[in-house]
Design a binder for this molecule. Structure first.
Ligand code: GAR
Length: 216
């Protein structure tokens, strides 16, 4: 088998995984992940750091309550995305972060960042990719009139909402359901799917070959 065709495990299961969560908003996924680790559902994993680009993000309140170290990086102090991500890389390397978890992080990562952390950055998206990319996926799918939507967890590559898909959870839209009702159910599904994927990664059970991800 040529080197190119060897499936790569994204993680060494014998080691503790240090996670950094990057978030810009509410932080319910961040809290679900921290809770899953505290309950022992995800083992040998530690959320070392929350990083945010928004000073007033509610996720910071959650981090304070949960006792997680947090770092606010002010984008205004960095005149380009490249400079901002350089700072990120510096922090993540210093903290020996093995997995970067995007949870409502609304900045686009630069190709340099993505290359440095290839197959080490995951994202959650509130639709069944590749449908309804972007920042308003739940409403976009709802207004389009889809019968089935859902949640996707994927590796992050150079393109937005595009990297190899790790897991998806489909959710049928109920007859007469309101947008807020659908939003609630999507978020509930996210809070189960994201911890499950992180658990699998920490156990070394996620293997990537090109766009194909095998979850054991
Ligand atoms: C989540 O619904 C997540 O899927 C979405 O932002 C929300 C963050 O919620 N991400 C995207 O739309 C990325 N394209 P949270 O701050 O409560 O975790």
């Amino acid at each position: 088998m040529s080197r190119k065709h060897v499936k790569r495990t994204t993680h060494d299961a014998r080691r503790t995984t240090n996670i950094a969560v990057l978030a810009s908003g509410n932080g319910s996924n961040f809290e679900a992940i921290v809770g899953a680790i505290k309950r022992g559902y995800i083992k040998k994993t530690c959320v070392k750091l929350l990083i945010t680009d928004k000073e007033k993000a509610y996720v910071r309140v959650r981090a304070e309550r949960l006792g997680i170290t947090q770092l606010y990086i002010n984008p205004r102090e960095y005149n380009t995305g490249g400079a901002f991500d350089k700072k990120l890389i510096q922090v993540l390397k210093k903290e020996k972060i093995g997995l970067v978890v995007l949870a409502g992080y609304m900045r686009i990562l630069t190709p340099v960042f993505v290359k440095k952390f290839k197959n080490k950055v995951i994202n959650i998206h509130p639709a069944l990719l590749p449908a309804f990319k972007g920042a308003r996926a739940i409403g976009d799918a709802y207004r389009y009139g889809v019968k089935i939507t859902g949640v996707t967890v994927h590796f992050v590559d150079e393109c937005i909402d595009h990297g190899p898909i790790i897991a998806q959870k489909p959710l049928p839209v109920k007859k007469g359901e309101s947008l807020s009702g659908l939003e609630r159910r999507i978020h509930r599904a996210e809070h189960t799917l994201y911890p499950l994927v992180i658990k699998k990664i920490s156990e070394g059970k996620v293997k990537v070959r090109n766009r194909h991800v095998q979850v054991g």
